[in-house]
Design a protein. Structure first.
Lengths: 95, 483
């Protein structure tokens, strides 16, 4: 599978990764090589095989719906790049 | 002192022939002497010595908890309250966790000392430790070669005897491959054995924490403290508590060892093969029998993994947005631009490559061709193991196709790098326990690892098989030259 430049840019947009125009070709080549490599999977017919998502499929625990965490806003927000009055600050999104 | 197993260090501490402060200081100075290895990202002597003083106080009061006062290094993927947890990435280069990972918490409760945080491939994505934002780690056996990865700092630290033991994590071989390259013992437990709470997520259905030590016995001792059910990890398995040390008592008489023909074929270095076969002869002398087995889908493990792991990673790493923690780009024009520049500047090349592959594999129109296809193959790979285990008790083979390679020799070829994990990846896909133990050196003096794979939750059998080999051989006691 050879990826074109537009596809690379679309993936980068979905992944929220800024890519310089000068790097698009390099990504196209590298990602295409990896996709060619993983497409070896097609050698095996998996028509009726049920996908395995997880080593413990279907065995996940449930717990009672109770409040178990205490409010730790201040300690959790210590690591935030910008905050004010207990809120995370981001660039303005509504004019 | 730096050659003593952790069981002996623990006994010395409880017998008060050495204090935790003395022991911690001793290893801190060894870390300083070996700074050129770049094995650690964070060392905070004040923090470690405060923990050591507390351990000494507890010992004075008669506390005999396992590992009390023993300094242990941690891969910088485990969250530690009050210390940096960077995951080898610029995007977490300023991150101080507000809580401890369960693995850390259990060791703290037992009185173990955090010796420092070890270097690693960024977000555990790599097989050479060269993707770390903090620079590559050098292999103590040959400073021109890589220590393996992603837990390269932990493996190098244990090999160089600058840490008595360390923790690591293994998503596709990240404990076993560096253990093989550095001549130490590295154990990846069954999926669900060790809590993933507070362990920075890479590929959640594959990630598993475990010990990197100088022997299987040390690994069992460390596991006794860190393993076991944790309600805070939804994939933690609820079972009876296992005493891994007590499980080391069985002989291997009659043990059926399966040798996958696919693990001894094309691409395997002849010296590695010869040395691994010599180790297998040792098992025969101990009364085990060797049986050829078939793992027909082995050659598709790497392609399967490089769809599933990047897919899970692209989802897990979506959380790094420059809003709640970590690095934020200094210049941006709006919110989306802030996300895009923060992530472009905060992540390294390999991490970005995998996020891109994963995003593509999960995107509309390609999901079935890549992600679902890989999950179907994953089932076939898991079934291959189930069928093999009808004929044998454990599976053995080389951990890696070659010994440690030169720094810089594979950084331009991602696929060549990925193929390093050709014998280790299938174990993660199936959720099985696996260990790498040192079984010899190649002609240039670089360590060679034997991998032992067990059935799901057959962790004690794997550790026991490794321990039996180490009881009658001394490869695990070999030290890197020049110290």
């Amino acid at each position: 599978m050879a990826l074109d430049h537009q596809t690379v840019k679309n993936i980068a947009r979905l992944a929220r990764l800024h890519i310089d125009e000068s790097n698009v070709e390099r990504y196209a080549v590298e990602l295409s090589r990896i996709l060619d490599f993983v497409e070896q999977m097609n050698r095996v017919d998996t028509q009726d095989v049920i996908p395995l998502a997880h080593p413990q499929e279907g065995r996940l625990r449930l717990r009672d719906d109770l409040v178990t965490e205490t409010n730790q806003r201040d300690s959790l927000q210590k690591a935030a790049p910008e905050k004010e009055a207990g809120l995370y600050l981001v660039p303005k999104v509504i004019e | 002192m730096h050659n003593k197993p952790i069981s002996e260090l623990a006994n010395d501490l409880v017998a008060k022939t050495v204090s935790s402060v003395e022991l911690t200081q001793y290893f801190l100075s060894r870390i300083e002497q070996h700074e050129n290895l770049n094995a650690f990202i964070t060392v905070d002597p004040e923090f470690s010595l405060a923990q050591a003083r507390e351990a000494d106080r507890r010992i004075q009061q008669g506390d005999k908890s396992a590992l009390i006062g023993v300094p242990i290094a941690h891969k910088d993927i485990f969250c530690t309250k009050g210390l940096l947890t960077t995951c080898g990435s610029r995007i977490l280069s300023n991150f101080v966790s507000p809580y401890d990972a369960t693995v850390i918490d259990r060791l703290n409760q037992n009185g173990a000392v955090i010796l420092g945080k070890t270097n690693m491939d960024e977000f555990a994505m790599g097989s050479s430790n060269e993707t770390s934002y903090f620079g590559p780690v050098k292999n103590p056996w040959d400073n021109a070669t890589v220590p393996g990865g992603s837990s390269g700092g932990s493996a190098a630290a244990v090999a160089a005897r600058i840490a008595p033991a360390a923790t690591g994590t293994d998503t596709g071989g990240s404990i076993r491959q560096p253990a093989a390259f550095c001549g130490v013992t590295g154990f990846k437990p069954s999926y669900g054995q060790v809590s993933r709470y507070g362990m920075v997520a890479f590929a959640s259905s594959l990630d598993q924490g475990g010990p990197i030590t100088r022997s299987a016995e040390d690994a069992a001792l460390l596991l006794n403290v860190v393993a076991g059910f944790d309600a805070r990890d939804s994939t933690s398995v609820q079972r009876q508590t296992t005493d891994f040390v007590a499980g080391l008592g069985e002989d291997v008489q009659g043990l059926r060892i399966g040798l996958p023909t696919q693990f001894f074929g094309h691409g395997l270095d002849s010296e590695v093969e010869r040395t691994v076969r010599e180790a297998l002869q040792e098992y025969e002398k101990l009364g085990a029998t060797l049986i050829d087995i078939d793992l027909p889908n082995s050659d598709l493990c790497v392609p399967c993994y490089y769809v599933l792991a990047p897919s899970e990673a692209s989802s897990n790493l979506a959380r790094y947005d420059g809003v709640r923690y970590g690095y934020r780009a200094p210049d941006y024009s709006n919110l989306i631009d802030m996300y895009m520049k923060t992530r472009a500047e905060g992540f390294g090349e390999e991490v970005k490559r995998r996020i891109m592959i994963g995003t593509y594999a999960l995107s509309a129109g390609y999901y079935d061709a890549y992600y679902v296809k890989a999950q179907q193959l994953r089932r076939l790979i898991a079934q291959d193991f189930e069928q093999a285990f009808a004929q044998c008790d454990v599976i053995m083979g080389p951990t890696t196709p070659t010994t440690a390679f030169a720094i810089g020799s594979k950084t331009d070829d991602p696929i060549a790098m990925y193929l390093n994990d050709i014998y280790t990846i299938s174990v993660n896909l199936a959720g099985l326990p696996g260990i790498s133990i040192p079984v010899g050196l190649d002609s240039t003096g670089k360590p060679i690892g034997l991998q032992i794979i067990g059935q799901y939750f057959g962790d004690t059998h794997v550790l026991n098989a490794a321990h039996r080999f180490q009881m009658t051989t001394d490869w695990h006691q070999l030290e890197p030259p020049g110290d």
